[in-house]
Design a binder for this molecule. Structure first.
Ligand code: SF4
Length: 340
């Protein structure tokens, strides 16, 4: 597990088959904000924690966490009285459950400061503790006059999401779903590369390279938005590069928020297999198509066709594919594509 410290490298872990792409992101790990109790810190109201082993032991090797406990950091003690959300004339308040003390203002004023602080770091994602009245991403119970009324977000989560509308944000419960987890982690690494891009001189040519290297990744989420992004860059004016970057990024995030389904991945794999048209023997072509078909029919996970394609990339070195993040979206050790 790593906490927020600048300048850490991937060490010996990270992408197999290092190439230009992995060297580009080797200097620093993505920064990911996280509800502190998920890392095993005993900060919960009852003095306990909610350690999540996958996040802490596996994902934690490849990112630097910024652990945040809104309740403790805004001045509450451990242990403390449990809290819940209440609806007071249409306004959501954070109150202690038994004694009814309203702690909303204490939480709001700390949250404002914390969000300002987080804005200055290059956050690549955030993992929240599900169902908490402070950290919950959704489905947090709201009570009116002691009776369950509806579900909403926790108060800190609500401010976080509205302050970082483009940031990948999930809760640990949703991350148990393999598709959601793959999507979240893939986006974290894309945002990380985006931050690296912003450190370079803002030039349309740099943005075009970024786009080209992510072409098949974006296609796996939305062929339609890939086309639109390509057309946008191709016609973008050089006069206001910053605005072009901002607009591109916002559209990119829209595309990436759509889940890469089996049929969208199959489409990408078919496009990529076209690069080996002149290299493969009829037998090899048939085998590749059969494996893609098996993936399409849910008989094998995505890692199977991708591994075979990477084998052909190493063998035949088609320049365009060597630089495609679709084939190396995140460290292989996370084994994300073994489950989707
Ligand atoms: S859910 Fe959030 S506020 Fe509650 S203990 Fe965990 S980090 Fe702290």
């Amino acid at each position: 597990m790593h906490f927020h410290r600048r300048g850490h490298g991937y060490g010996n872990s990270g992408l197999h088959n290092p190439n230009l792409i992995s060297r580009h992101i080797m200097n620093e790990k993505p920064l990911v904000g996280i509800s502190k109790c998920l890392l095993g810190f005993k900060v919960r109201y009852d003095g306990g924690h909610k350690l999540d082993h996958y996040i802490h032991d596996v994902f934690g090797k490849y990112v630097e966490f910024i652990p945040v406990c809104p309740e403790v950091e805004c001045g509450m003690s451990v242990p403390r009285e449990a809290m819940h959300l209440t609806d007071e004339s249409g306004e959501i308040r954070l109150k202690t459950q038994r004694t009814g003390i309203d702690l909303s203002e204490q939480m709001f004023s700390w949250t404002k400061k914390k969000i300002r602080e987080l804005t200055t770091s290059s956050l690549c994602g955030y993992i929240l503790k599900a169902k908490s009245p402070s950290c919950g991403l959704s489905k947090v119970k709201v009570y009116k006059k002691g009776v369950f009324e509806k579900s909403d977000r926790g108060v800190f989560a609500n401010h976080l999401i509205s302050s970082f509308p483009l940031l990948p944000i999930e809760d640990e419960g949703r991350l148990h779903d393999s598709e959601i987890r793959e999507n979240f982690i893939e986006r974290v690494f894309i945002v990380h590369r985006w931050h690296r891009l912003l450190e370079e001189k803002k030039m349309l040519s740099n943005l075009m390279t970024f786009h080209a290297q992510h072409k098949y990744l974006i296609m796996s989420h939305s062929p339609k938005l890939l086309k639109e992004l390509g057309a946008y860059i191709a016609t973008a004016k050089k006069t206001n590069t910053l605005k072009v970057y901002q607009s591109y990024y916002s559209r990119l995030c829209d595309a990436l928020s759509l889940i890469a389904t089996v049929s969208k991945n199959t489409n990408v794999l078919m496009h990529i297999s076209g690069y080996f048209r002149n290299n493969l023997t009829p037998d090899e072509k048939a085998e590749l198509l059969e494996i893609i078909d098996n993936y399409h029919n849910h008989l094998v996970p995505l890692i199977v066709p991708v591994t075979l394609i990477n084998h052909y990339v190493r063998k035949y070195q088609p320049v365009y594919l060597e630089h495609q993040y679709y084939l190396h979206p995140h460290p292989m050790e996370l084994m994300l594509r073994n489950h989707v």
